[in-house]
Design a protein around this ligand. Structure first.
Ligand SMILES: Nc1ncnc2c1ncn2[C@@H]1O[C@H](COP(=O)(O)OP(=O)(O)OP(=O)(O)O)[C@@H](O)[C@H]1O
Length: 638
């Protein structure tokens, strides 16, 4: 594409699709000075750099006009007067101008990118830091991809704000201003003629650019569809399902459909491009032609010198791009506002769990736990909230009731006490609230009502670090980072030596397994690392807690049935883990309920009974039921 046609919004390739997305985003946005000024505040630390950028842009804009002026002199003062010295001098000046403006262009790109990348890094850091403060529920109620996209894509789009909106605006305005000043100072009639030609060029290119971007957006959507279909059908699980369901033909038909739509869209897109280039070529000839026609008449009548016409035709091209960019500025501005609105809405999300003031030394904590009238209700999700507000608008009380009813308390009026060193087993049907209860102890979220005490301290009063250092958690499906066993264990105790780790792993009955891994403690496990079995993961998590040496242990036992060797290993690991510690265990194994000091039976968010295994077996029908369905099989198996 010719240099002067750049920035006309023609949008080729994937870039066009992005521009279309920005346009769509801008459509639903309105000008919001509050958001804009807040966004601009992030640029404040870089104001000295920004001022330098503005000066560089100013210098480049003036530098851009110089070649036209120099050419004019070469013709009028040099060639037409037969003065070779003047021709030579101005030719050298032309070359120097090109070199200096080129260098200034590099400096401008470098500085504006420096500013943009710094602001982006600041926003990424702010978002990451802020997200670390959020409660577990915050993450549970969102798709991980959505948050990742906020921190990566949205922040990356800030680059667009700087290059297109800020730098684009300043540089277009200055280029137009410097060109027009020069044009009007030479000849006002030719200047007006040049301005008349510009809209004939800019308006159609804008329209065609939009069509191309729209088509590109559609192509991207269909390509995405094709990719999903390909990855599903060519993946092992998908391939298996397609064969077992005999869907080969149906899948082929679907693929053919997508394939054809893509083909047609791409043909259309390339044709739109052809018409546009015809138009551009026509107008890039018509503009200078008008100048030559009228300018020639002026020269013949001695009202103008020949060099001026050449200068005007050179300058004409400098108007198209900047005018097009200015015509786009509102879209850029509104889409930037939309992006910043999304980023700010995340940054403004107040953390549900607020840190407390008290730091308690570890040896001052005994580990007594008390829950007093604790209730918990999960916050409504945004979708549910908007559903309720829509229902309120149409006054549909029936549906509104059913929504609020489904939003019940997950825990209601829970009260119990666990003495230091005791083990409490939680049992209850699925959805009874056991996991929710466990999550309140390390303050993954706070009770809606009631209080949790650690010894005599309300846990809200404690520094989160101080509280969580005393709590070890073994979830049902423990998570490990994509790192070595060694580093995963180190996260529990920074200063732990390999020998300490070995001791913890031996106690957790996992040492042999780790030593048999390809690189022992230095084997990478976790997300895409070496796959440990469910039982192994739980024992490694137990080792992690043993290293941490907390006063309190929260354990969610695995539900899966275990063979007798694994069962014995887990039991031995647990006996070390629970010895001398306060423990709340969501129990799925007979041995755990038999060894517990108390058993708490939960149902529909409430504690329905407490006691020992024998007491409950005699008195509580729900427990009898649970025992028969969940535990008796294990009883018979042993
Ligand atoms: N993040 C959440 N947002 C909204 N509601 C939730 C959330 N997590 C759990 N709930 C609801 O809270 C109630 C209690 O769930 P919880 O997971 O605590 O039960 P549970 O006894 O641990 O069940 P299970 O034994 O099946 O794990 C359920 O009705 C569940 O649907």
């Amino acid at each position: 594409m010719h240099a002067e046609f750049r920035g006309l919004g023609l949008g080729g390739g994937g870039h066009g699709a992005d521009r279309w997305k920005m346009r769509e985003l801008a459509k639903q946005e309105h000008f919001d000075w509050k958001i804009l000024s807040r966004a601009l505040r992030a640029f404040l630390p870089y104001w000295p750099l920004s001022i330098v950028v503005i000066f560089v842009i100013l210098a480049t804009s003036i530098g851009g006009v110089l070649p036209a002026s120099l050419t004019q002199r070469i013709i009028d003062l040099g060639i037409l007067k037969g003065n070779l010295k003047v021709v030579m001098e101005y030719t050298v000046a032309l070359v120097l101008t090109a070199v200096v403006t080129g260098l200034l262009g590099v400096v401008q790109t470098w500085l504006s990118n420096l500013i943009a990348q710094n602001v982006m890094a600041d926003y990424r850091m702010d978002l990451f830091r802020h997200l670390q403060l959020q409660s577990v529920h915050f993450f549970a109620s969102r798709q991980a991809g959505e948050l990742v996209s906020r921190v990566t894509n949205d922040v990356t789009a800030i680059q667009n704000v700087v290059t297109n909106t800020l730098v684009g605006f300043v540089s277009s305005a200055l280029t137009i201003a410097s060109t027009l000043v020069f044009m009007f100072s030479m000849n006002w009639q030719l200047a007006i003629l040049s301005l008349i030609v510009v809209p004939a060029f800019v308006i159609p290119t804008q329209r065609v650019g939009m069509t191309r971007q729209k088509l590109q957006g559609e192509i991207q959507q269909w390509l995405a569809k094709l990719t999903v279909q390909l990855s599903e059908t060519l993946g092992v699980s998908g391939a298996l399902l397609i064969r077992i369901l005999n869907r080969q033909e149906a899948e082929e038909k679907q693929f053919a459909e997508t394939n054809h739509v893509l083909r047609d869209l791409q043909v259309r897109q390339s044709l739109v491009g052809r018409w546009l280039f015809m138009w551009i070529n026509m107008f890039s000839a018509i503009g200078p032609a008008a100048l030559w026609g009228y300018g020639g008449w002026l020269v013949i009548h001695h009202r103008l010198q020949l060099g001026a016409i050449v200068a005007f035709t050179t300058l004409l091209g400098r108007l198209y791009g900047p005018f097009s960019q200015l015509a786009q500025i509102h879209v850029n501005l509104l889409s930037s506002i939309a992006l910043f609105r999304r980023i700010f809405s995340l940054l403004d999300q107040a953390p549900e769990v607020v840190d407390g003031p008290l730091t308690i030394p570890a040896d001052a904590i005994e580990g007594n736990l008390t829950l007093q009238a604790v209730s918990y209700r999960y916050p409504l999700r945004e979708k549910q909230l908007s559903a309720i507000s829509v229902k309120e608008d149409v006054n549909d009380s029936h549906e509104e009731d059913s929504l609020t009813q489904s939003h019940q308390f997950a825990l209601q009026d829970i009260a119990f006490h666990v003495k230091s060193g005791e083990t409490v087993a939680l049992v209850g049907p699925s959805g009874a609230g056991k996991t929710t209860l466990l999550q309140l102890i390390p303050r993954f979220m706070d009770p809606t009502e009631g209080t949790v005490y650690l010894d005599e301290w309300n846990i809200r009063e404690l520094k989160l670090q101080s509280l969580r250092a005393q709590i070890g958690l073994v979830p049902q499906d423990p998570f490990f980072f994509h790192d070595t066993v060694f580093h995963n264990l180190k996260m529990a105790k920074e200063e732990a030596t390999l020998e300490e780790m070995r001791r913890a792993c031996r106690a957790a009955q996992i040492l042999d397994t780790i030593e048999q891994l390809p690189d022992g403690f230095h084997t990478v496990v976790g997300e895409r690392g070496y796959r440990l079995s469910g039982g192994e993961r739980q024992r490694l998590a137990i080792a992690r807690v043993l290293l941490q040496e907390p006063k309190i242990v929260l354990l969610d036992e695995a539900t899966s049935a275990l063979d007798s060797i694994t069962e014995r290993k887990i039991q031995e690991a647990l006996s070390v883990l629970l010895a001398g510690r306060t423990a709340i265990v969501i129990a799925h194994r007979l041995s755990t309920i038999l060894n517990a000091d108390h058993i708490i039976v939960m149902n529909q968010g409430k504690v329905v009974a407490m006691g020992t295994h024998q007491e409950l077996l005699q008195e509580n029908s729900l427990y009898q039921n649970l025992y028969r369905t969940q535990f008796q099989e294990q009883w018979q198996a042993t």
